[in-house]
Design a protein around this ligand. Sequence first.
Ligand code: CA
Length: 237
Amino acid sequence: MRQQLIVEDEPAIAELIAVNLRHNGFRPTWAMDSTSAQRELDDVLPAVILLDWMLPGESGLTLAKRWRAHPRTKAVPIIMLTARGDESDRVTGLDAGADDYIAKPFSTKELLARMRAVLRRRAPEQVASAVSVGALSLDASTYRVTFAGQPLKLGPTEFKLLTYLMSHAERVHSRGQLLDKVWGDHVFIEERTVDVHVKRLREALGPQAGPMIETVRGAGYRLTAQSTPPAAARASV
Ligand code: CA
């Protein structure tokens, strides 16, 4: 799971959230104003943004609108945190592009529950789960991949790539889409990187499972349970 960005100018609140997130296996980062929040976001695309409304400089509302309008950040879930709990404020926050809204003071339990819900809704590929395609099985929670029951060894990037391909099997993904979904932030990564990791992934999967990852010429890659039969077999059908 990618990191979570907390944008909050009150250190006590930011610290309370960060401690609770860390305690629950998350990896939060903290920005205390709009400028440093933007810098964080330019650097690493987070899995979710917890955004305070009242900030020095630009408001959380302005930031939410801008991030929603920008292609790179528009899919990142945003939860607005604010003392402004009126209905009209909630509506304004949600209209600005927030996925959810939580009024201060809030329970950290509720915040965590809302965060998980938003992550499930907005980014299903980031939620750990077990998935099988043909004889290939992957369990993200135990970090295990097997083919016909035999364990396979994968590097971390190959594991993430396979997780995504298996959760979206039979569909063709362009290199750009894979960078976006698997790497999350492709500003400094070339599309060629995808080819390198696909090659490594095929090698790690071995001669039986490797061919399940097909190159679709001019389009990208696809993971399929029905890998293309060799030309000779096809001719005889
Ligand atoms: Ca504030």
